[in-house]
Design a protein around this ligand. Structure first.
Ligand SMILES: [Zn+2]
Length: 276
């Protein structure tokens, strides 16, 4: 038989969780650059620290490219893109080239971008590389990492509420706090959802055009991707918008992007001579 004190405790926990959850939800809805409502439960500072620490860890654990030409090239394209951003977004970016054969790139909160050397086999020109990097910058600008972690946390909070109401023996407080302590792994921040991928595609298209790159090359990039049979799906393909639907969406958004493209600005970034 349950004591009244126990029942009170259980009720207290349930109420606390529900009210806490509701308060979080009501206070932390943001809007993405394309006007989509977002759940962002974490502060920008917390996300920045998490992203930057995760990035440092990756730099320690993985092999960095020592090819000066490649590093300069990727840096050059990144600089051209960030120079086209609004002033508050122009500084503090770090791009690192990892010696990895997969055609991949990724972004972490805190303005950190990773590019695999294998990407350059698919993104063959500065415009095509700009299509990928502008997509990654857009993930950061649109707070997709925060949103992804918030969604996971909300899901776990929901599970915790369910656990309390179903299993009376659950030490819910500790379990919930442990669940909320997630996020020390970069695995939590990636991969992004299909919604995030489409949004980053659209925002990235605008961004590359704004920086003087040719947005039509984003379509060529996807065709190259489609031709390449990669065992490991790249980050921006991980949630599977099909190549065809992705290319169609980009074609639809192209006229707007061409409208903002700075036509007479030519990229000075020189692609490295690829061997093999
Ligand atoms: Zn992506």
């Amino acid at each position: 038989m349950k004591s009244p004190a126990y029942l009170f405790q259980k009720k207290f926990w349930l109420q606390g969780l529900l009210m806490g959850g509701l308060a979080l939800f009501s206070m932390t809805c943001a809007t993405s650059p394309s006007g989509r409502r977002q759940l962002t439960l974490f502060s920008q500072e917390a996300m920045r620290d998490l992203g930057q620490k995760s990035f440092e860890k990756m730099k320690q654990e993985q092999t960095l490219s020592e090819n000066l030409e490649i590093n300069q090239y990727v840096q050059c394209v990144t600089n051209a893109l960030t120079a086209g951003l609004d002033p508050e977004w122009q500084n503090g970016w770090e791009v690192v080239v990892f010696q990895e054969d997969s055609a991949n790139a990724f972004a972490l909160p805190g303005r950190r971008i990773g590019v695999h050397t294998g990407l350059l086999e698919v993104a063959k020109t500065p415009d095509q590389l700009a299509a990928v990097i502008s997509h990654e910058i857009s993930h950061v600008q649109a707070r997709h990492g925060n949103e992804r972690m918030s969604q996971q946390m909300a899901a776990q909070l929901g599970l915790a509420v369910a656990a309390v109401s179903v299993d009376s023996e659950t030490p819910s407080g500790r379990a919930t706090l442990a669940a909320l302590g997630l996020g020390t792994q970069y695995g939590v921040l990636l991969p992004f959802s299909r919604t995030h991928e489409s949004e980053a595609d659209q925002l990235g298209l605008h961004l590359m055009a704004q920086a003087g790159f040719d947005p039509t090359q984003s379509i060529v990039l996807w065709q190259n991707m489609s031709d390449q049979n990669n065992a490991q799906p790249p980050e921006w393909m991980s949630s599977h918008p099909s190549h065809a639907s992705r290319i169609n969406d980009l074609k639809t958004a192209l006229p707007e992007a061409l409208g903002v493209q700075i036509q007479d600005k030519e990229s000075k970034c020189v692609p490295p001579a690829l061997t093999g």
